[in-house]
Design a protein around this ligand. Structure first.
Ligand code: SAM
Length: 182
């Protein structure tokens, strides 16, 4: 599912506010979130977008990106598990060199995505975690969560307890957990 338009717009505003140049996009789907970040970045900005499946990207996003090469040249779409891709960036010495991350792939891996994106972000960088309220269930029905809901709840608690971060969990879209790396 696409990120909610208000979440994508909010992210674009943050990217401009923190003068971001390098964005991690965990979960490509059609490429809508990668497009949003690319539109907010300067000409020399870059988005690394990860997904295990490029069916939706090829069907919906690629025909649009092909017509707009100035946007396409800012985005690198990588096929494969995002955990592996983030680990490779860390292995390649990319820690502390990214400005913004959007976490919006498989929910079970959210805690791992959070930790890896925190490693990759510079001080002052920002992470958005999408679906952080999980239709409100993490607040209203915390004892009856699915495995996906439990992973989101775990991530929210991990963030709240993280001394390396300041955070705000917003009722925006399906919940947007905004994290500031100190
Ligand atoms: C909610 S969609 C992403 C939507 C996109 N961020 C947007 O706003 O347009 C989630 C995506 O995560 C991908 N995904 C699922 N498991 C994954 C994994 N292990 N690694 C990378 N991507 C994964 C799915 O294939 C799906 O396209």
């Amino acid at each position: 599912m696409l990120g909610a338009p208000e979440v994508l717009q909010f992210g674009k505003n943050f990217i401009r506010l923190i003068h971001a140049k390098r964005c991690l996009d965990v979960g490509t789907f059609t490429g809508a979130s990668a497009l949003a970040w690319a539109l907010a970045l300067p000409t020399d900005g870059e988005v690394a977008s990860f997904d295990v499946d490029h069916t939706a990207l090829n069907a919906v996003g690629t025909p649009i990106f092909d017509k707009h090469t100035e946007i396409k040249q800012k985005i690198k779409f990588q096929l494969g598990p995002a955990v592996d891709a983030l680990d490779k960036l860390i292995f390649d010495g990319e820690s502390g060199k990214w400005d913004f991350a959007f976490i919006d792939a498989d929910k079970q891996n959210y805690p791992k995505y959070y930790e890896k994106c925190m490693t990759l972000l510079r001080s002052g960088g920002v992470i958005f975690i999408d679906n952080a309220l999980w239709s409100g269930k993490v607040a209203t029905d915390p004892n009856n969560l699915t495995e996906m809901g439990k992973a989101i709840d775990e991530t929210n608690k991990l963030i709240a307890a993280d001394e390396k971060a300041d955070n705000m969990l917003l009722n925006l879209g399906d919940g947007c957990h905004v994290v500031f790396k100190k």
